[in-house]
Design a protein. Structure first.
Length: 127
C-alpha cells in the first residue's frame, strides 16, 4: 500500500507542476496579446488622451478588453473541467470528487494572473 501512496503523491506533484506551468504560460500569452494590441493602438490611445481621456479611462479600456478574453477562456475551461472529477476518480483511488473549492480557487488565481497581465502593458506604454 505504501508504494501506491508514493505513486499518488508523485502524480499529484507532477499535476501541480504542470498546472503551475500552464498558469505561467497563459499569463505570458495574455500579456503578449494585450501588449501587442496596445502597441497597435498607441496612436488611438494618444488621440484619446489628447482629446481629454485620462489614464484611468485608458486603463479601464485596456484591462476590460483583456479581462473579457480571460473570462471567455475561464468559461470554456470550466465547461471542459466539469467531467474531470469522474475521470480522475477512476485513475486515482485517493482522489476526492468534491473539488468545487479547488475549481473556484483556481479560477480566482487565473483571474489575478489575467489582471496583472492586462495591467502590465498599460503601465509600460503610458509610463
Amino acid at each position: 500500500m505504501e508504494i501506491k501512496s508514493r505513486e499518488t503523491g508523485l502524480y499529484v506533484q507532477m499535476l501541480g507542476i504542470f498546472a503551475t506551468l500552464a498558469l505561467t504560460l497563459s499569463g505570458v500569452g495574455l500579456y503578449g496579446l494585450v501588449a501587442y494590441t496596445v502597441g497597435l493602438r498607441t496612436r488611438e490611445i494618444g488621440i484619446r488622451m489628447a482629446l481629454g481621456a485620462n489614464r484611468r479611462k485608458i486603463l479601464r479600456q485596456v484591462v476590460g478588453e483583456g479581462m473579457k478574453l480571460a473570462a471567455i477562456g475561464a468559461a470554456i475551461g470550466i465547461v471542459v473541467a466539469l467531467p474531470l472529477p469522474r475521470v480522475l476518480e477512476s485513475l486515482l483511488q485517493s482522489f476526492s470528487s468534491e473539488w468545487n473549492l479547488g475549481l473556484s480557487v483556481d479560477s480566482g488565481g487565473d483571474s489575478v494572473v489575467a489582471l496583472l497581465a492586462c495591467y502590465g502593458p498599460h503601465e509600460r506604454r503610458l509610463a
